[in-house]
Write a protein that binds this ligand. Structure first.
Ligand code: URA
Length: 232
């Protein structure tokens, strides 16, 4: 019997014809993979070259570091779920555009809803900006936040540590916080979980490949949203 996650993955793999470069130019779309009941869900940016070729998330150099980080807290890839905000490789590994993230969002949202992770680890600023746009990775990495019932943990992207060796230890230090955080989250009073981005990015019409140059604007309800953002 196929699970909800399998169904979403099949849908992603079969997807075509939308006009967005990452979907249209991909060798393989990359749904993400892992434990359907994972307590911890890792969300990165977008597939790179190796991921595009293999159809699997984080299988290149950044993935090797992610595997080491996961092992450092005595877990294996199969224990967690690993995905991305964009399901196709942006051409030339360019940054994903907000409208491309918005385009992949319904799948990611369904994946989060199916898994109901205790913690969503946001790997890098693209994932962080989508869920918690008012944070800054340099200031907020390693600090868990609860937003509308969901606990998020922003982290540097493992690829950043490949370019800036100093971040490697920072990543291991931030990862080391996960086991205690998980115990804490399990004891939190239950709250309704609302998974939605903290701003609205519009999907562009199918044929438009317009340039987006800036971070998407926060919703006008930003103040109200802030009221539900807690440090853990
Ligand atoms: N970087 C990402 O953000 N995701 C991957 O799947 C691989 C590299």
């Amino acid at each position: 019997m196929s699970s909800t996650l399998d169904h979403i993955a099949d849908e992603i793999r079969a997807h075509k014809g939308c006009g967005f470069e990452p979907c249209e130019q991909a060798t393989n779309l990359v749904p993400g993979e892992g434990n359907p009941k994972a307590d911890i869900m890792f969300i990165g940016e977008a597939p790179g070259k190796n991921e595009d070729l293999q159809g699997r998330p984080f299988v290149g150099a950044a993935g090797k570091l992610l595997d080491e980080l996961i092992a450092s807290i005595n877990l294996k890839r199969e224990d967690v779920f690993i995905g991305n905000v964009v399901k196709g490789r942006p051409p030339g590994n360019r940054d994903p555009k907000p409208e491309e993230i918005a385009h992949s969002w319904p799948w990611l949202k369904d994946q989060v809803a199916a898994i109901q992770p205790k913690i969503i680890v946001l790997l890098g600023r693209h994932a962080m900006d989508w869920f918690l746009p008012d944070l800054r990775i340099s200031a907020d990495h390693g600090n868990a936040k609860r937003y509308r019932g969901q606990v998020y943990l922003p982290m540097y992207h493992p690829a950043a540590a490949l370019y800036n060796g100093g971040l490697r230890q920072t990543l291991f230090d931030d990862f080391a916080k996960i086991p205690k955080l998980l115990e804490k989250v399990k004891k939190l009073p239950k709250e309704e979980v609302v998974i939605e981005p903290a701003y609205e990015a519009k999907e562009e019409p199918v044929t438009a490949q317009t340039e987006s140059t800036t971070k998407p604007k926060a919703k006008e309800t930003k103040k109200a949203d802030q009221a539900t953002l807690f440090n853990i």
